[in-house]
Design a protein around this ligand. Structure first.
Ligand SMILES: [Zn+2]
Ligand SMILES: [Zn+2]
Length: 386
């Protein structure tokens, strides 16, 4: 059976790879998942958070409930792998391996539905729109935790930077928050030869860009991780005219909610004060895109014990460095305890030789499908013992 399941997971994965759907449009993917899980006898609910799927599997009389989550969405990118099962949809591809996550969780559902070996309820969550960081919240807003209460939740993400078949996780912040900002500075344009007649928003912007660098270096504790990056600069001047308007756009990351709040508050104060010193007007926009993903100690303890059993102690790093990328799973962990882990997908020991995630040549490593599915099965047996 297991040999067949391995083959089947690979086929599912490649089917999803060939037919990618992006945020909140995962209609065919969700239908494929739901149909299969109904066939397994699970209690399947669709349309949660627009295109999300929740499938329940209850065994025995145990009252505890554990959630396992996969994400289904692809990204807007033209695939260049040239593979026989490459994306058939222009400008959409599975470059983050969510095709593999979906197939892995379907595999885990198969193992648990057929072999059981636990007492309680498992909820299989297939979430939409992880990439823009909106799908988890959409499921929560749709009553996820009221309709389908859970005691714990777990999720994995494939990681090509780390060797195939290894698990990496940590207690606390494992993936960063992402916030975006737009700083609009309104001055007064003038002839380039007559700066005294202007309120130069570009010089003000330059001061702001430099001053923002002091948030990480002077306000955030050196023990914590944070990034403040100005990434775009727009203005309406020409080479012989001082502009009237400048816009600075950018992105910040951090691993704790308090640091996230500190960055926002310091940015606003710096922008207001520099603009005021220069007589410029300010419009400051700051949006929260991703919550930080903060692992619970008890969730990590369980996940690490199970990972060690599945891949061996030497292949588990229970205190990896935090990653500054962002992940929608953090929203679930705000509601219930649990753990997010990376499952190594790197075919080469040499990090630089592996194709990175979000690269147009990315192709999920099918050799880790069974590792992921087995991990989930063992995790359920561990968290919902008979
Ligand atoms: Zn991803
Ligand atoms: Zn991604």
């Amino acid at each position: 059976m297991k040999k067949d399941l391995k083959k089947q997971m690979k086929e599912w994965r490649r089917h999803f790879h060939q037919n990618p759907e992006t945020a909140f449009e995962e209609v065919k993917t969700a239908a494929f998942v739901a149909d299969y899980l109904r066939g397994l006898g699970l209690d399947v609910h669709t349309g949660i958070g627009k295109t999300g799927v929740v499938a329940n599997l209850k065994v025995g009389d145990g009252e505890r409930v554990v959630g396992l989550r996969a994400d289904m969405d692809a990204i807007n990118m033209q695939e260049t792998t040239g593979l026989p099962y490459a994306s058939t949809v222009p400008n959409k591809m599975h470059a983050c391996g969510h095709d593999g996550h979906t197939a892995t969780l379907m595999g885990a559902a198969t193992l648990l539905a057929e072999e059981k070996g636990f007492n309680g309820t498992v909820r299989f969550l297939f979430q939409p729109a992880e990439e823009p960081g909106k799908g988890a919240q959409a499921m929560v807003d749709d009553g996820l935790f009221e309709r389908f209460p859970m005691d714990e939740i777990y999720g994995i993400h494939n990681a090509s930077e780390i060797p195939e078949g290894t698990f990496h996780t940590r207690v606390g912040g494992i993936m960063a928050s992402e916030d975006n900002f737009t700083i609009r500075i309104k001055g007064r344009g003038s002839h380039a030869s007559a700066p005294h007649l202007s309120i130069d928003p570009l010089v003000t912007a330059a001061e702001i860009i430099m001053a923002l660098q002091t948030i990480v270096s002077r306000n955030v504790s050196p023990i914590d991780q944070a990034v403040v990056s100005c990434t775009e600069l727009y203005m309406d001047g020409v080479h012989n005219a001082i502009p009237s308007n400048v816009e600075i756009l950018g992105d910040t990351r951090s691993n704790k909610e308090e640091i996230q709040a500190l960055i926002e508050q310091r940015m606003q104060a710096i922008c207001e004060n520099i603009c005021s010193a220069n007589n410029a007007d300010l419009d400051f926009l700051y949006t929260h895109e991703f919550a930080p993903t903060i692992n619970w100690a008890e969730g990590v303890e369980k996940a690490v014990a199970v990972a060690k059993k599945v891949v061996g102690e030497e292949n588990v790093n229970s205190n990896c460095d935090p990653w500054m990328g962002s992940e929608d799973f953090g929203i679930f962990l705000k509601h219930v305890p649990g753990c997010f882990l990376f499952l190594g997908a790197g075919k080469s020991e040499e990090r630089s030789e592996n194709t990175p995630l979000h690269n147009s040549k990315y192709d999920f490593n099918d050799d880790i499908l069974m590792t992921g599915a087995t991990f989930f099965r063992e995790l359920i047996r561990h968290t919902l013992p008979q």
